[in-house]
Design a protein around this ligand. Structure first.
Ligand code: GLN
Length: 185
């Protein structure tokens, strides 16, 4: 079993560390050949526009979409959630895989960042996360389950093999969502 981390921009090293903490082999993914080696993929937080640009020029957009349609589980955090969404306010969809509408930067600016503990359906311990210029989920499609909310907004959503969070679990070494993802492999 090898866990992949999309390593184009953002906090991919932190995701890799979480997988390593869980005792799983990790591969940083920057090419189609590296993508072919992994059994699941984390898409990190960072800047969704930059991740999009780099993913396009690396020729990774269609191959990632195809792997997901073939069943590969994906966890996207913050910018990673934006990259997975079918509709993006204040930006453009990239992978268009998860039937959600997100509004970029809706939680405010860098100075409005905060850390909190959340109850997530299907995970029996509180989950910690950091919100940094996080996206707001404005709409979820019919096939999307809301696993956690904060302030009346969905912040953990799941659609089949896809899992997305508005916040960063990886920045504080929170491992439970990655564990949940690995359970889908
Ligand atoms: N605001 C960033 C974006 O729109 C996401 C921020 C983050 O990943 N912490 O891509």
């Amino acid at each position: 079993m090898k866990a992949g981390v999309l390593a184009l921009q953002g906090d991919f090293r932190e995701h890799a560390r979480v997988f390593a903490d869980l005792g799983v082999a990790v591969r940083e993914v920057r090419t189609q050949a590296e993508l072919a080696e992994v059994h699941c993929l984390a898409i990190p937080g960072g800047e969704s526009t930059t991740i999009g640009k780099l993913a396009r020029s690396a020729g990774l957009v269609e191959p990632i979409r195809q792997r997901v349609l073939d069943g590969m589980p994906v966890l996207g955090t913050c910018a990673g959630m934006i990259v997975m969404a079918t509709e993006v306010k204040g930006g453009e969809p990239l992978l268009s895989l998860m039937d959600i509408t997100v509004c970029r930067n809706a939680y405010g600016r860098q100075v409005d960042s905060f850390e909190t503990e959340l109850t997530v359906a299907g995970i029996d311990h509180p989950v910690r996360g950091v919100f940094i210029r996080a996206p707001w989920v404005e709409r979820v499609g019919q096939g999307v389950d809301v696993l956690a909310e904060h302030g009346g907004h969905p912040v953990v959503v799941e659609q089949g093999n896809l899992l997305a969070t508005s916040f960063h679990p990886e920045l504080i070494g929170e491992t439970k969502l990655h564990e949940y993802l690995l359970g889908k492999v």
